[in-house]
Design a protein around this ligand. Structure first.
Ligand code: GDP
Length: 333
C-alpha cells in the first residue's frame, strides 16, 4: 500500500488501513518514523474531532467489562468507537495487563468498533507518542469516540489524562468505610468517578463508597474547567449494564459546557503544546546521544556521577558543545 493509498483508505474509514498505519507509528525504524510523520501531517485537518475519553482503574475493577458494555451502547447508537490501551506493564515484565486478546470479544466484532491493544515499547514516552498518533489516526478515520484505557499504576494515568478531553476513574466498592488508596493526584485529574459492581450483594457497599468519594471530591479545589456538580461520583454496573446511559449523559453535559466556555479547545491547545515540548526534549536528547556529541555526553555523565561537576553546569556545557558543533557543521556545509 502506498502512502497515498493508505491516506485515502484511512479517510474512508477502512479499519485495516488504520491498523496498518498504527503499526507504522509504532515502528522504531527511522524510515518508518519519517513515513509516519508525513502520513500524520497529510491527514491533519481531515477527518473529524472525536471525543477522547481516558479511563483508568486497577486490574479486576471491571475496565474491559465496562468498555465493552459502554462501547456496545455507543455503537448501537450509530457511533464509531475506537479503544486504545496504554499498558505500562507490558514493557517491564513482558506480560501485559491489558493486551489479552480475549478481552472485549463482543465489542471487537461490533461494526463501528476498533480495538487496539498496547504495543510492546520500552518506555512510557514511546507508548505515549504512539498512542497520541493513534488517536490522530482514529480521528482521521472518522471515529466519534476514542477510549484510551490504562491500568491504575504509576504515571500512566497522568500521561493518558494529558491526551484526553476527559478522564474517567473506575473504582470497586470498598469493603470497609475507608477510602481506597486512591492517590490525591488521581482524584484531581478525574472528571467522573465510577464505582463499578453496584449490583447484587455489592450494591450497598458501592452506594456507600460512591457517597464517600462524592464527599472527597467536594473537598478538592474547584477547577475552572468544571461546571457546578463536577467532578462527580456515580455508581454503575458494567456487568448488568446499569447506569451506562447516565454516564454518557454526564459526559455530554460536561463536554457541551466545556465547548461553549472555550475550555475544550484550550485544553487541546495546551496539550498540543505540552506534547510539542515533550517531543523536543526527546528529540534533543536523542541527538545528544549520537555522534559527534555522544563522547562529550558520556564523559560529562561520568563526571556528574563522580561528583566532579554538577548536573546543571554539565548540561549547560554539553548544550554549548552541541551548539558549537552544529554551527561548525553549518559553516562547512
Ligand atoms: P479489568 O481487569 O479492569 O479489565 O476487569 P474485568 O473487566 O476483566 O473484570 C474483572 C472481574 O470483575 C470479572 O470477573 C468481571 O466479570 C467482574 N465484573 C466486572 N464488572 C462487574 C460488575 O459491574 N459487577 C460485578 N458483580 N462484577 C463485575
Amino acid at each position: 500500500m502506498t502512502m497515498d493509498e493508505m491516506k485515502t483508505r484511512i479517510l474512508a474509514g477502512e479499519r485495516r488501513a488504520l491498523a496498518r498505519a498504527i503499526t507504522l507509528v509504532e515502528s522504531g525504524r527511522a524510515d518508518h518514523r519519517a513515513q509516519a510523520t508525513a502520513l500524520l501531517e497529510s491527514l491533519r485537518g481531515h477527518g473529524k474531532q472525536a471525543l477522547r475519553i481516558g479511563l483508568s482503574g486497577t486490574p479486576g475493577v471491571g475496565k474491559s467489562t465496562f468498555i465493552e458494555a459502554f462501547g456496545m451502547m455507543l455503537t448501537a447508537q450509530g457511533l464509531k468507537v475506537a479503544v486504545l490501551a496504554v499498558d505500562p506493564s507490558s514493557s517491564r515484565s513482558g506480560g501485559s495487563i491489558l493486551g489479552d486478546k480475549t478481552r472485549m470479544e463482543r465489542l471487537s466484532r461490533a461494526p463501528g468498533a476498533f480495538i487496539r491493544p498496547s504495543p510492546n515499547q520500552s518506555h512510557l514516552g514511546g507508548v505515549a507518542r504512539r498512542t497520541r498518533e493513534a488517536i490522530d489516526l482514529c480521528e482521521a478515520a472518522g471515529f466519534d469516540v476514542v477510549l484510551i484505557e490504562t491500568v491504575g499504576v504509576g504515571q500512566s494515568e497522568t500521561v493518558v489524562a494529558e491526551m484526553s478531553d476527559l478522564f474517567l476513574l473506575l473504582l470497586a466498592p470498598a469493603g470497609g468505610d475507608e477510602l481506597q488508596g486512591v492517590k490525591r493526584g488521581i482524584m484531581e485529574i478525574a472528571d467522573l468517578i465510577l464505582v463499578n459492581k453496584a449490583d447484587g450483594d455489592l450494591k450497598p457497599a458501592a452506594t456507600r463508597t460512591c457517597a464517600d468519594y462524592a464527599g472527597a471530591l467536594r473537598l478538592l479545589r474547584k477547577r475552572v474547567q468544571d461546571p457546578d456538580g463536577f467532578p462527580k461520583a456515580m455508581t454503575v454496573s458494567a456487568l448488568e449494564e446499569q447506569g451506562l446511559a447516565r454516564v454518557w449523559d454526564e459526559i455530554q453535559t460536561l463536554m457541551e459546557w466545556r465547548r461553549s466556555e472555550g475550555h475544550f479547545d484550550r485544553r487541546r491547545a495546551h496539550q498540543a503544546r505540552h506534547w510539542f515540548e515533550a517531543e523536543l526534549r526527546e528529540g534533543l536528547l536523542a541527538r545528544l546521544r549520537r555522534e559527534p556529541v555522544k563522547g562529550a555526553m558520556d564523559a560529562l555523565g561520568a563526571q556528574v556521577e563522580s561528583g566532579d561537576i554538577g548536573a546543571a553546569a554539565a548540561a549547560e556545557e554539553l548544550l554549548g558543545t552541541y551548539l558549537q558543533i552544529s554551527r561548525a557543521e553549518d559553516g562547512s556545509a
